[in-house]
Design a protein around this ligand. Sequence first.
Ligand SMILES: C[S@@+](CC[C@H](N)C(=O)[O-])C[C@H]1O[C@@H](n2cnc3c(N)ncnc32)[C@H](O)[C@@H]1O
Length: 323
Amino acid sequence: MPFARVKSGSQAGADPAPARRSPAVGPAAASGAAGLAPLAGPGDGGEPLAPWWVAGDGRAALLAGDCLELLERLAPESVDVVFADPPYFLSNGGTTCQAGRRVKVDKGGWDRSRGADDNHAFNRRWLAACQRLLRPHGTIWISGTAHVIHSVGLALQQEGFKLLNDITWEKPNPPPNLACRTFTHSTETLIWAARDPKAKYHFDYATMRATNGGRQMKTVWRMPAPGRHEKLHGRHPTQKPLALLERVLQASCPAGGLVLDPFNGSGSTGVAALRLGLRYIGLEREPEYLALSARRLAEAALAVTAAGPAAPLRDADAVAAAE
Ligand SMILES: C[S@@+](CC[C@H](N)C(=O)[O-])C[C@H]1O[C@@H](n2cnc3c(N)ncnc32)[C@H](O)[C@@H]1O
């Protein structure tokens, strides 16, 4: 269900213990998002959407509420790239290692499993809703572990997407496996898919090749989990690294394009989009994460206004390959 909208010029929501305050959102913050066409609504007489937060320059917005409801209310064929990091359905009483200590896996109610069939039905619903929003050349990326990614792969095929690649994100610094009863989890999968089998989807092959030192970019990307410098505005339990998202967006989003993330979390996708000069809409239902995202996005928007788009971050392997 939607939350109260942020007033113009105010910080979004309250944060119990932010490590650092970002610059205040400018006076134009809630006044309009001219570059974000999907917010105009589905074009069937439905109301335009009122964002929870809008960047001062109108290039990014956050919508508060359940993505299944919100996605239906956005304009069709209006988004260039969807990046989705959905619930992994992992928080079911198991344990993991955090800072050398064994702790319960409890990322929040949103991450609890509802059983395999219901989890899969949920994946089919939000994927179909995203497919309606994609422009003809548009593509979708979904990240996940084994708990969710096989359901997502099946759902993509059932909904008529075209599978393009599965990327293995390898983390060079994973937490140790304290139970010593399985291998140490050190990878996640990203599936990349086009809207439909005939789609002439966008892929910046040349930039990917140049990033990889003139050799074709492969499907294993080695990148560390986000460090402290990416958590200056607060923490999210499943935050993705900016380098990973920048690679995704550089590869698949046309210049100036519009990126949407139905499971916005801490807003990493949006920060990466803004840094590359793209536009962004994020959907999130937890007020705490909306507030965190608004702080991160406001800072990124101001940095781009002041200095222009940033050079994309590179993983260690790409830097080595390019040298
Ligand atoms: C795996 S996290 C995404 C983390 C994000 N990629 C980042 O880098 O911070 C999933 C997020 O989706 C949100 N969420 C879960 N179910 C949702 C739903 N039905 N509608 C909107 N948001 C949802 C959760 O609150 C959580 O913040």
